[in-house]
Design a protein around this ligand. Sequence first.
Ligand code: NAD
Length: 450
Amino acid sequence: MHIAMIGAGYVGLVSATCFADFGHDVVCIDKDPDRLNALRQGKIPIFEPGLEDLAKSNAEAGRLRFGDDVGKAARGADIVFLAVGTPSRHGDGYADLTFVYEAARDIAPHLAGFTVVVTKSTVPVGTGDEVERIIRDANPAAEFTVVSNPEFLREGSAIEDFKRPDRIIVGTDDTRAQAIMEDVYRPLGANNTPVLFVDRRTAELTKYASNAFLAMKITFINEMADLCERVGADVLGVARGMGMDARIGNRFLDAGPGYGGSCFPKDSTALTNMAQDSDSPLRLVETTVAINDQRRRAMARKVIRACGGRVRGRRIGILGLTFKPGTDDMREAPSIPIIRTLLDAGAVIRAYDPAANAAAHHTLREIEICDDPYDVAQDAIGLAVITEWEEFKSLDLERLGRQMDPMSNVLVDLRNMFDPAEVSKAGLTYEAVGRGNLNRASEAIKFAAE
Ligand code: NAD
């Protein structure tokens, strides 16, 4: 199967590499010359575990190529995937479809033979109709069909997610396209991955509904964490108990500083706008968006309170900047509004992230970025963990404590990743999220081993 992948970002690059690894012939097209230069030299411009080696082996096997000749790629393709960005439109939160429509216009004159054009980008309901219209207007003789095949991979585990997804959603009523989509994903049959065929609009909405639901689940446990703090309960126990119910499930029940990243925030807002415009407002999702927006500043206030209430001119150290571990993506990371709020309060910020130090230099110019987590602690009155990078678990807490201001050494663990007893043993004051039970010292809840 010959595949053209338009867009070499997180989704395009991972999809192109994995399709090549399935044995397909893949050309991946991008407009960004720097990105293309890097890719042609075997350098992967994003941080994604395992991607560089997989791309390299498939490029060496001749199944994966990178280029900017969209005409050639589209002409030779059985399937053209559109995997370009759909960012939040500045000012109103609608999905900006400029890149999708531009890509449709780019490929339209070059389609040759029956071609399946697939929107892999997350797009509002009806976008497939517009892509179809654009191609038909530009090339009335083209033989093609537009299919929706939203992507559900997560940054940080993208290859595993792509190769072992919970499901593949394909939106089309065209039987020829169905057969081709079955062929392209056939290697996943070995993993018993279900492929759900629905109509195009249903597929488009399913992606938004899934992301909004997960955002809501995170927001639910975050509010529950606040209640736990008030009533002396432990959100870890509540989440664990809830998650044992198969109807609820235990994932996305980790209380923390609010969801972020390149998808949940923009997709939830785009969905609520779409729903409003359809006279069918989604009030649960609207409330989720509002709560999450407020949460980041609330987390900054929590840090300030834990540091004694006055932080003007005092140092606060930040551990972790990305919106989650395993990525260098800083888009909509909770660290940004949290740090800005701390800066507004007059704090002096030093930060460390295992992957995003370079990206953070651009996003957060007002802070000092350190190459060593222990430098972050130097003379700080408090440390806040914002991203739960695995490597933080092996930090020498006593050493961190020794670096800190002798009058105040608070560790504010916004991801509940540390054992409170270990932190106290190291001489640090511990503050977590939703662990109201810690105030009742003798009643720490013990869980059975994981
Ligand atoms: P991205 O911004 O990382 O990458 C998009 C790429 O497309 C860029 O490299 C850009 O240069 C390129 N591009 C734009 N217009 C082009 C054109 N006309 N021709 C060629 N290249 C073009 O975006 P992403 O994170 O990969 O997201 C892509 C889509 O997938 C979005 O709709 C997003 O919501 C969705 N999605 C993202 C994730 C994720 O984790 N990042 C997961 C699931 C779905």
